[in-house]
Design a protein around this ligand. Structure first.
Ligand SMILES: [Zn+2]
Length: 297
């Protein structure tokens, strides 16, 4: 039976009558009104209960996280109202490979930034910790993150379960010979006065081991993410607007493979229409409630 988007119904799905399509019931046009209470500040309790039951029954949950899970740790997102690139358009240049390679001034600014963000070490929040609990319950298959902040591992998620699809800032990589080294060592050189440290092996340009604009994803990581999406019985997308491809495509891949799709985000996403449940509100408030086992309430 095709649904409203003309897609084939996914297998292993309960009939529509049994399966609530949990959506916020009130229109979101009022979001822009700027009143004291925003619609999405109220957690949809019925949807939350339903998702808890689904998580209780699930055996292989794949989680995809984006910047939204780390904003409560004080790490700004990119394009939101307080976003990094909204307030500082130059930051987008630093994240673009072409500019980084061509312009030493961009690199010097990037190293200065890295030094500053290393000093302001962010800590994981309850959202990250909830996903650690999900792993302890034996339900976490793979955690795919678009974030480069390393906060999932810092919170306690096993590194072998994490796919950092956009790389990480723990390492630097030489753009010429590909050699990797710990970020701390490169930052020591910056502190010692090198404002654009180069590769000690070949003299090439060093960059944090993140995926910049204009740089392809690591094929093995993307493959692992897709395989996990096909194998999961529940896909939980958290803190991402699901607008960044190709990684966002794993959400429909999971859905088409029969998994339930749950989206938790402060704002509407590109794929709300594909989801079995959409929960809006504070991620660090919602996730701990979602993953606590129903019977322990
Ligand atoms: Zn090199």
């Amino acid at each position: 039976m095709p649904d409203e988007h003309g897609r084939r119904r996914r297998r292993k799905r309960p009939a529509r009558s049994e399966q609530a399509r949990w959506r916020p019931t009130r229109p979101h046009g009022s979001l822009d009104a700027g009143g004291p209470v925003r619609v999405h500040d109220e957690i949809d309790e019925k949807a939350l209960e339903a998702v808890r039951t689904w998580i209780d029954r699930a055996e292989r949950i794949v989680v995809l996280t984006g910047a939204g899970i780390s904003t409560d740790s004080g790490i700004p997102d990119f394009r939101g109202p307080k976003g990094l690139w909204t307030n500082n358009p130059g930051a987008e240049r630093m994240a673009t490979l072409r500019h980084y390679v061509a312009d030493p001034a961009v690199r010097r600014r990037a190293w200065k930034n890295r030094l500053e963000s290393a000093a302001g070490q962010a800590a994981p929040n309850d959202g990250h910790r909830a996903l650690v609990d999900l792993e302890r319950r034996g339900k976490l298959h793979t955690l795919i993150t678009q974030n480069v902040d390393g906060l999932h591992q810092k919170a306690g998620t096993s590194p072998e379960r994490v796919v950092e699809i956009h790389g990480n800032t723990r390492e630097v990589v030489c753009l010429d010979c590909g050699e990797r080294a710990p970020m701390t060592r490169a930052l020591d050189r910056v502190r010692a006065g090198e404002n654009d440290p180069s590769c000690r092996t070949c003299g090439g340009i060093l960059k944090s081991a993140t995926i910049s604009f204009g740089q392809g994803l690591v094929a093995g990581d993307l493959l692992r993410a897709e395989d996990a999406a096909r194998a999961c019985d529940l896909m939980l997308a958290v803190g991402t607007t699901l607008a960044v491809f190709p990684i966002a495509a794993i959400v429909p891949v999971a859905g088409d493979s029969g998994a339930r799709v749950v989206i938790v985000n402060a704002d509407p996403t590109e794929m709300d229409h594909l989801a079995d449940a959409v929960l809006r509100g504070s991620i660090s408030a919602i996730l701990p409630r979602l993953v606590a086992p129903t019977r322990l309430r």
